[in-house]
Design a protein around this ligand. Sequence first.
Ligand code: PCA
Length: 211
Amino acid sequence: MKILVTGFNPFATDKVNPAIEIVKKLPEEIAGAEIIKLEIPTEFIKCTEITHQVILEKKPDYILSIGQAGGRFAVTPEKVAINLDDGKMPDNAGYRPLNHKIRKDGQTAYFTEFPVKAIVQAIKNAGLPSYVSTSAGTYVCNHIMYQVQYFIDKEFPNLKAGFIHIPFLPNQVINRPNSPSLSLIDDIRAITIAIKTIINYDGKKDLKIIN
Ligand code: PCA
């Protein structure tokens, strides 16, 4: 099994993005699955082009995309991607779509194929904060999650994909009073657990209830 794991580069005023830092530190293999690592820019257009190209080249079974959600206190698998770009700021290329439909011929929203409740349960069992999010926002993270689901819908029916948002790193909140953070070590633990859960749930239904 091949799992493509993508992480965004830093954006806005931050000099780091925990997403790509996690991806760099993941092992080459987790529970027998090959981990393919990919850095993608925080740019609506380029991140989509690069991801599409790598799907064609590497033919992964799963894609896990990771992004930073500053202000969240927990590791949050996203359930839904919506067909809307509405940039709260320009992306790293200076592009800022507003009230913009991502794909005219795409669904209004797509659900992830990932067992999001099982992922949350496993991360919580390891003593780390996690909950299922039902909005990835309307910026570049929702965009890549939506675009990958659109590709699954139109081109790669056997591919399964999802997105996980993670909090700031401690060094990003030094000058952000009252902002939660999670260490890189805990991020890596949580994402490794998420990947193991995705592998364990291959072909199975998600949990119904999180305890
Ligand atoms: N987070 C942003 C885009 C890149 C990232 O890591 C978002 O939540 O849309």
